[in-house]
Write a protein that binds this ligand. Sequence first.
Ligand SMILES: Cc1cc2nc3c(=O)[nH]c(=O)nc-3n(C[C@H](O)[C@H](O)[C@H](O)COP(=O)(O)OP(=O)(O)OC[C@H]3O[C@@H](n4cnc5c(N)ncnc54)[C@H](O)[C@@H]3O)c2cc1C
Ligand code: SF4
Length: 338
Amino acid sequence: MRPFSYTRAQTVQAAVQALASDPQAVLLAGGTNLIDLMKYEVERPGAIIDINRLPLNFIDDLPDGGIRIGALVTNSSVAHDERVRTRYPLLASAILAGASPQLRNAATTGGNLVQRTRCYYFYDPATPCNKRQPGSGCAAIGGVNRIHAILGASDSCIAVHPSDMCVALAALGATIEVEGPAGRRDIAFSDFHRLPGDRPELDNTLQSGELVVAIRLEPNHFAVHHTYLKLRDRLSYAFALVSVAVAVELSNDRLVDVRVALGGVAHKPWRDRLVEAEFAGVVADEEAFQKLAERLLSGAKGHGGNHFKIPLAAKAIVRALKQATSGRLQDQAAKSVQ
Ligand SMILES: Cc1cc2nc3c(=O)[nH]c(=O)nc-3n(C[C@H](O)[C@H](O)[C@H](O)COP(=O)(O)OP(=O)(O)OC[C@H]3O[C@@H](n4cnc5c(N)ncnc54)[C@H](O)[C@@H]3O)c2cc1C
Ligand code: SF4
């Protein structure tokens, strides 16, 4: 690890100012990703701004029936909050599918949003990686790419976003509140994470000096018909090869509103609202689910080691839609797919 300065910010404005005034500065929340990256010398910050004392550890009800979750609320606290469990059970379930209880006790909402990819080459400074060192190449293209993207990748980077929480937030259509030198602004969840294009070093659309303050969720009708299905190499303590967050509103046997977000397949949680809209009013049966999966994956492309993800994702989408529409949810403690 290299030497760095350490500051504990007492106000959001002070954190913004410290971040904006030093291009070498980074924010420290739970530290479960940042400290690993520093140990591997992938991140070499000159200054650490510890934000753990900021007043961002709250879960508030909103007047419209929605909820606002501060950036410093731990993943465990979100998943076990009674309001989240009853009104946004998809979010609670996705969080509980991730990491381990110890990690979830330390990891924060803001840190989970901004965590970096788990591409093996990104963590190995001896290999070329456009995300870690722009212009150096991509060792995963033509290399070992079993865990990599099948949708939205580019010739510069085929990494995936590793979060479970974010896949549920994509399906629920969250809003992210950020504060920066120009003040506060909202970012729609679908605009927060980026596809790699020719700038894979940028994971998200935060501007210089901006930090995440909170996420907001609107009231919804998805408390009954939802599921988070995560397929991985081990049943715990492993990132998703493919995950699916489904939220459905049903009227009799027809889909009124169907949302399907995919994790482990792209540089951002993957959702296609145009495809979802095609299925509004359609009878919720296996034939429709298979068509929806085909449409969502129509642009999917493998890179050698990860071709298997295309049929795996298709089956996972159909299975998740069956679970959600039948109200038979995936139990995150279960040792098998339900
Ligand atoms: C062994 C292991 C297994 C894991 N398994 C999973 C898994 O299965 N599923 C899953 O989803 N995750 C998994 N994780 C990742 C874990 O969820 C993240 O490390 C965690 O959510 C990051 O949160 P943090 O508060 O510790 O962030 P930190 O490590 O403190 O920060 C991470 C990044 O976010 C930035 N940041 C932090 N807060 C803010 C903010 N408010 N605004 C702007 N930027 C901010 C930091 O500067 C840093 O760049 C795993 C991690 C480990 C170590
Ligand atoms: S896939 Fe992206 S993160 Fe992985 S080596 Fe290539 S450029 Fe780096």
